[in-house]
Design a protein around this ligand. Structure first.
Ligand code: NAD
Length: 290
């Protein structure tokens, strides 16, 4: 398939490389990042999109997606699919899909989970919103770049799934770290709490697959001095998307809101920027109650 790929950073670069390795023809454009081997560099986003059957975008946020979409939609061939894999807000996502459809194109929102490791290994999970015909067309590409794709519903449903999932993740990570900090002050060894909670009702992905304690449980960024992994500022970005979605739908998300407040403090007022989101644990170990 002829693919245009825009945004070849930490995630997009390895995703595009996997498409090339599977035999697809990929033309890429990025303002700064180098092209992986085998990806043809275009001079502009519009040029990368021009003859593609599928254009994949993997950009920092919804505002940038909107600007790039305005440039590429007029250049794309009729019937082609604009497939955005960025984590973006539902509002910009739906606006881009409507603009694409008005121009005779198809559109998908297909944010991912699995991080840079999953992007390199081709084991991402795609959460997809948009029409069935577009989903079927892009599914073979999701199968190359990932291990699982879920068609969540109409346009915006993929971003909605990502937002809800990451709100669970952020709040769960904080409370898991709080439990380890509390255990330490109660004189309970971290490996004992892990032994109990990872096989009890306190278990979660943050407990058993991303254990925030060095040397305990799963191998995770905690074992690498909290080098990301999944950076605290990206967690904050996702929690703010959840907050915005809760506001626009008048949903009471007290825990998600508190998680956003705590990550904002960690990233913007303390030393959280550039650290993994599980570095909430050393933060809590070093402090007392507010
Ligand atoms: P990144 O900053 O490494 O990559 C984004 C790329 O977009 C950069 O190379 C940048 O130069 C490029 N870019 C920005 N504006 C552009 C423009 N106008 N035209 C062309 N290129 C442009 O970020 P990333 O880690 O690859 O994340 C990309 C998206 O994936 C984000 O939305 C992020 O939230 C999401 N995501 C990241 C992870 C992760 O672990 N890094 C996990 C899941 C989802």
């Amino acid at each position: 398939m002829k693919i245009g790929f825009i945004g070849l950073g930490n995630m997009g670069g390895p995703m595009a490389a996997n498409l090339v390795a599977a035999g697809h023809s990929v033309t890429g454009f990025d303002l700064a990042a180098p092209m992986p081997e085998g990806v043809v560099r275009a001079a502009s986003a519009a040029e990368a999109a021009r003859e593609a059957e599928v254009v994949i975008t993997m950009l920092p946020n919804g505002q940038i997606l909107r600007a790039v979409a305005a440039e590429i939609i007029p250049a794309m061939s009729a019937g082609a699919v604009l497939c955005d894999c960025s984590t973006a807000d539902v509002e910009n996502t739906r606006a881009v899909a409507a603009e694409a459809e008005a121009a005779g194109l198809m559109a998908l929102d297909a944010p991912v989970s699995g991080g840079t490791g999953g992007a390199s290994a081709g084991t991402l999970t795609f959460m997809v919103g948009g029409a069935e015909a577009a989903y079927s067309k892009v599914l073979p590409l999701f199968d190359i770049m990932g291990r699982k794709a879920v068609h969540c519903g109409d346009s915006g449903a993929g971003q909605a799934a990502k937002t809800c999932n990451n709100m669970i993740l952020g709040a769960t990570m904080i409370v898991t770290c709080e439990a380890f900090a509390l255990a330490e002050r109660l004189g309970l060894a971290a490996d004992k709490l892990y032994d109990v909670a990872s096989t009890s009702s306190g278990n979660s992905w943050t407990m058993s697959a991303y254990t925030p304690v060095p040397g305990v449980g799963a191998q995770s960024p905690a074992d690498n001095d909290y080098t990301p992994g999944f950076a605290a500022e990206l967690m904050l970005k996702d929690l703010r998307l959840a907050l915005e979605a809760a506001r626009s739908t008048d949903t009471d998300t007290a825990m998600g809101t508190l998680a956003a407040t705590l990550y904002a403090r960690f990233v913007e007022e303390e030393d959280g920027r550039g650290r993994d989101f599980s570095a909430m644990l050393p933060r809590l170990r070093a402090k007392g109650r507010d």
